[in-house]
Design a protein around this ligand. Structure first.
Ligand code: FE2
Length: 573
């Protein structure tokens, strides 16, 4: 059975994912093909074409199309909650009650058009709408590989109406225990503060999290932003996650917070220069997010966690690696699985896996994220020949050894290999690498790729046999979705990838999932004794991760990086 999952239900991060008989064959974000970060307002045309091409499937062979957005009935508390809480914007409140599936209709029309445009056939194929948070839940639970019962958490900005999902999975079925609805959204709250701190929502949340360890959460009490009881929470929409006239405005732009927040905390942060007191605000919002999330998890899922020790998590907030570290540290948690494409791109996989299981075809656990396009050495050479900068390339016999030599001399290296990653993290196929024992390499990367965000710490990829010693745990971490405390003796050995608070957002690399990357780190280990490489994504600020050899060359020549290893060829400036 062939199931195509499509993301893009909430106007950003469209993606496509293809399941064939329960196996995830291909998945990719549309932004990578369009070269437009988050591809806002687009549908996943190019990503769908890629998935079908890669699998060698004709459009008319697709059996099921799953979409992570469903109709919400008037008997659901969601629309009533929304209407009640948005009383201050009566047009929105009334729309929720009288025309509450307006967005669904719009989405449906766009998807049907895509299916017809691509020859899949809207009237032929079976269309399965999946509630947004069920899609997130499925992307976590069905891909976790957990046997037996496990707790499921979903936290994001919002889907149709739901913002937070707490439930469990058992025998291949997802059960809902509790949902919270817009505007009561932890993702929305964090997003509003992200805007206040001068970053873009959907993108800047990582930077707020990166800023937080520099500040003191005790200096400012952020509890007025919401009321919560451990079992319930309500945002104060007079301050945050507000719409219409309540929104703060600046130069024709409006924000998800109000004038009240500015009166309370001072002007919205501009540029990236002023740190004080904004780093303390970052610390406070991170602290509040952790506190409320952990209390909700305990209240609704505590019993299940004590029974099973297994938790899985998706939704944009699941990319908050600090929160994830706290979840792992809960006394009865044995293992946390976070869907690596936790934000909305991952709902393509979520909807598809949900529909596959519902049709009686169980899906395989996630093995890796290398689900995008790949290019041969010949294709890389072709791209060089066509490129305006006339790159000089040389074919390399031993790629890992040559790459390790470059790194060991303190050079950053652009590393383009194999299939592009699905999800926001570069995990060794579209990466910029450095030797983390080489002091100053992080600054060097920042200088060479220009305009890299200050508040994004660099992260390590670690060989599986070394990781337990460095991270002091056996917890799996293949996708850089958790931070761990770095062992004291390692902090000095790999200073460039240890954050301000002594943690590292680590990827543990196995030979089976990425043999060439593993071999490279082993070669680097021969130079310096550390089975660790600094790894950041191959893109410049504001750009999506590189997809094709042409993208890699464009990026390489638009910055000061000096070395690019693309499959078996090395390009030097
Ligand atoms: Fe979402």
């Amino acid at each position: 059975m062939i199931v195509l999952g499509l993301g893009g239900a909430v106007s950003h991060d469209p993606a496509a994912a293809l399941y064939i008989d329960g196996k995830l064959v291909a998945a990719a974000e549309e932004e990578r093909f369009l070269r437009d970060k988050h591809a806002k307002g687009k549908m996943a045309y190019e990503a769908t074409k890629f998935c079908l091409d890669f699998a060698g499937i004709r459009p008319d062979q697709v059996d099921v199309v799953a979409f992570p957005y469903a109709k919400i009935g008037l008997n659901s508390p969601a629309r009533w909650h929304y209407a009640r809480r948005y009383w201050y914007a009566p047009d929105r409140a009334l729309t929720a009650l009288f025309n509450g599936n307006r967005r669904y209709q719009r989405n449906h029309k766009q998807v049907m058009k895509l299916l017809d445009d691509l020859g899949i056939g809207s009237s032929r194929v079976k269309f399965v709408p999946v509630e947004h948070h069920l899609a997130h839940a499925s992307s976590a639970y069905h891909l976790s590989g957990f046997k037996g019962k496990c707790a499921i958490i979903g936290i994001d900005g919002k889907g149709e109406y739901a913002t937070t999902f707490l439930g469990y999975g058992e025998n291949g079925k997802i059960h809902k225990i509790k949902e919270f609805y817009d505007p009561d959204s932890l993702g929305g709250l964090y997003g509003a503060l992200t805007e206040y701190l001068g970053f873009e929502m959907l993108d800047g949340e990582f930077k707020v999290m990166g800023m937080a360890p520099y500040g003191d959460p005790k200096r400012y009490d952020f509890s007025p932003l919401l009321t919560y009881s451990g079992k319930d929470f309500h945002l104060d929409t007079k301050i945050v996650n507000c719409i219409g006239l309540r929104r703060y405005r600046e130069n024709d732009q409006s924000f998800y917070f109000s004038q009240k927040l500015v009166d309370w905390l001072g002007p919205k942060r501009h540029g990236d220069e002023i740190d004080d007191p904004y780093i303390d605000y970052a610390a406070s919002i991170q602290d509040l997010l952790e506190k409320v999330s952990l209390e909700l998890i305990e209240y609704y899922l505590g019993d299940i966690i004590r029974e099973t020790g297994k938790v899985c998590f998706a939704g944009g907030v699941a990319l908050n690696v600090k929160l994830n570290q706290r979840i792992i540290a809960l006394p009865h948690v044995k293992e946390l699985f976070v869907q690596p494409a936790a934000s909305d791109a991952g709902t393509a996989v979520g909807a598809a896996s949900y529909a596959s299981v519902a049709a009686g075809v169980p899906v395989e656990p996630m093995q890796h994220v290398f689900l995008g396009p790949k290019y041969s050495t010949e294709e890389c050479i072709e791209a060089c020949k066509k490129h305006l900068e006339k790159p000089q390339w040389q074919q390399v016999d031993n790629v890992p050894e040559t790459a390790a030599d470059i790194l060991a001399k303190g050079n950053p290296l652009a590393w383009f290999q194999g299939r592009m990653e699905f999800g926001p993290r570069a995990l060794g196929c579209r990466s910029i690498l450095g030797d983390p024992s080489h002091s100053g390499v992080a600054d060097r990367i920042n200088a060479q790729i220009k305009y890299r965000e200050r508040w994004r710490p660099f992260c390590p990829s670690i060989l599986d046999r070394v990781a337990p010693e460095i991270l002091q745990t056996d917890h799996p971490s293949p996708y850089m979705t958790f931070t761990f405390d770095v062992a004291e003796q390692w902090k000095e050995r790999i200073p460039e990838v240890v954050h301000e608070d002594g943690t590292a957002r680590a990827q543990i690399v196995t030979r089976e999932t990425n043999p060439r990357y593993y071999a490279l780190i082993e070669e680097l280990e021969k130079h310096n004794g550390n089975g660790v490489v600094l790894n950041t994504s191959l893109n410049r600020r504001g750009e999506p991760m590189v997809c094709s050899p042409e993208d890699a060359l464009n990026m390489f020549y638009a910055c000061d990086l000096e070395y690019l290893m693309m499959e078996d060829i090395l390009i030097k400036k």
